[in-house]
Design a protein around this ligand. Structure first.
Ligand SMILES: Cc1cc2nc3c(=O)[nH]c(=O)nc-3n(C[C@H](O)[C@H](O)[C@H](O)COP(=O)(O)OP(=O)(O)OC[C@H]3O[C@@H](n4cnc5c(N)ncnc54)[C@H](O)[C@@H]3O)c2cc1C
Length: 337
C-alpha cells in the first residue's frame, strides 16, 4: 500500500498503516521517456530496488531506436550503428549475451569515416561510377583541408563555421581546390560531415566539431537491428505507453508528474529523458521553473533533423531506376507513374 500524499505532504487518500507497512518503503522514481536513456535508467533503478514507473508518450518504446520488420528483415530506421565496438561500451555485454552480430564498418579514425568505402559506390550525374581511387584521394584532400582549419583555431579567439573556415583555407591553399567530379566528391565528404552533425556546414563550429569523445573500437552496424537490445532491457519494467507528460511539479516530498489525460503520478524523484527538442518546445511545464542556467542551455543548444528513407526492390534494380526513384522522392512525386 502507498502513502498517497501530494508532494507538499497533504494526504490525498486515507490509508491505515499496519505493521507490515511501517517497514521503510523502497524509494520511488518516475522515468519520463522510453528511449534507450529512459529504459536504461529505469532498469538501473529497478535493480537498485527502486519502485519505478516509466511514462512514454507513444504507442511503443525505443524512441529514436526503431527496428522495422515490415520488409521481412530488420531495418533500423533510427540508430543502427554501435559507435565504439569495445568492452567499455555499456551496450557491449547486452549485445554479446544476445549473440547479436555486428558488422564492423570502420576502425578508430575520425567520426567522418564511420563507414567503409568498400560498401560505398559513388556515381556521377550520368550514372558512371566514380573510381574508388579518386574517392580515396579526395578523402585525403578533405583531411588536409580539415588539418588546415585546425590552424585557424589558433589564429583567432573568435569561433567560425566549418563552411567559413574551409572557404578561408581554399583561398590560402588553391592547390587543395578540386575541379569537376573530384569537387563533387569533396562536397560529398562535406555532406557526410553535415550528416554526422545533422546540420548545415554553416552551423558547425570549427572550434568544437571534433571535441566529441568516442569510445575506441571503431563503428559497427547492428545487422539484426537494435530492437532485441531494447526489448531485453525493458523486460519486467512497469512501462505505461500513451502517457504524454505535460507537467512536473517538484515539492518538499517529491515530484508530481501529470500526463495529458490529467492522471497524476507521485514519486520521490523523476528522471527526464525526453529529447532536447521537446524541452525546447516547452511542451512540459515545470513547477517551479527550471533554473535560469538550465533554460539558457536548453535554448542555446541546437537540434538537427536526421531521417532515413529505405527502398526495397523486388529485384536488383538498375542504377538508372534507382536514380529515377531518388529524384522522384526528392521532388515529392509518386514512385510509380
Ligand atoms: C535517423 C537516426 C539515425 C541515428 N543513428 C544512430 C546510430 O547509428 N548510432 C547511434 O549511436 N545513434 C544514432 N542516432 C541517435 C540515437 O538514436 C539517439 O541518440 C538515441 O536513440 C536517443 O535516445 P534517448 O533515450 O536519449 O531519446 P529518444 O530515443 O528520443 O527517447 C525519448 C523518448 O521520450 C518520449 N517522449 C517525448 N516527449 C514525451 C513526453 N512529453 N512524455 C513522455 N514521453 C515523451 C519519446 O516518445 C521517446 O520515446 C540516430 C538518430 C536518428 C534520428
Amino acid at each position: 500500500m502507498e502513502n498517497r500524499c501530494d508532494i507538499n505532504g497533504v494526504k490525498k487518500a486515507s490509508y491505515y498503516l499496519n505493521a507490515e507497512e511501517q517497514r521503510p518503503r523502497s524509494p520511488s522514481a518516475i522515468v519520463i521517456g522510453g528511449g534507450f536513456a529512459g529504459i536504461a535508467a529505469a532498469y538501473a533503478l529497478k535493480n537498485a530496488s527502486f519502485k519505478v514507473v516509466l511514462l512514454e508518450s507513444r504507442d511503443r518504446i525505443g524512441g529514436r531506436v526503431y527496428t522495422d520488420y515490415s520488409f521481412g528483415f530488420p531495418v533500423d530506421m533510427g540508430a543502427a550503428w554501435l559507435h565504439g565496438v569495445c568492452k567499455e561500451n555499456p551496450l557491449a555485454p547486452w549485445i554479446g549475451r544476445l549473440g547479436l552480430p555486428i558488422y564492423r564498418t570502420s576502425g578508430d579514425n575520425s567520426v567522418l569515416f564511420d563507414h567503409d568505402l568498400e560498401s560505398y559506390a559513388l556515381f556521377d550525374a550520368d550514372g558512371r561510377q566514380v573510381p574508388q581511387e579518386l574517392v580515396q584521394k579526395v578523402g585525403e584532400v578533405f583531411e588536409s583541408i580539415l588539418e588546415e582549419t585546425d590552424k585557424l583555431r589558433h589564429e583567432t579567439s573568435e569561433d567560425m563555421s566549418i563552411a567559413q573556415a574551409i572557404t578561408l583555407v581554399l583561398e590560402r591553399h588553391p592547390d587543395l581546390r578540386q575541379e569537376g567530379v573530384a569537387n563533387n566528391v569533396l562536397q560529398w565528404y562535406l555532406c557526410r560531415m553535415e550528416g554526422w552533425f545533422a546540420t548545415d556546414a554553416n552551423n558547425i563550429s570549427v572550434k568544437n566539431w571534433d571535441k566529441e569523445v568516442l569510445l575506441p573500437g571503431g563503428h559497427g552496424l547492428m545487422v539484426r537491428g537494435y530492437r532485441p537490445v531494447i526489448n531485453t532491457l525493458a523486460k519486467g519494467l512497469d512501462i505505461r505507453l500513451h502517457h504524454q507528460v505535460t507537467k512536473i511539479v517538484r515539492g518538499k516530498k517529491g515530484v508530481e508528474v501529470t500526463v495529458s489525460s490529467g492522471k497524476a503520478f507521485f514519486a520521490d524523484a523523476a528522471i527526464i529523458t525526453v529529447p532536447l527538442g521537446v524541452l525546447k518546445a516547452k511542451s512540459i511545464k515545470f513547477e517551479p521553473r527550471l533554473p535560469e542556467w538550465k533554460e539558457e542551455a536548453i535554448d542555446g543548444i541546437g537540434v538537427g533533423t536526421e531521417n532515413k528513407i529505405v527502398l526495397h526492390f523486388n529485384k536488383v534494380a538498375s542504377l538508372m531506376i534507382l536514380r529515377k526513384c531518388l529524384t522522384r522522392l526528392l521532388l515529392n512525386l509518386p514512385l510509380v507513374s
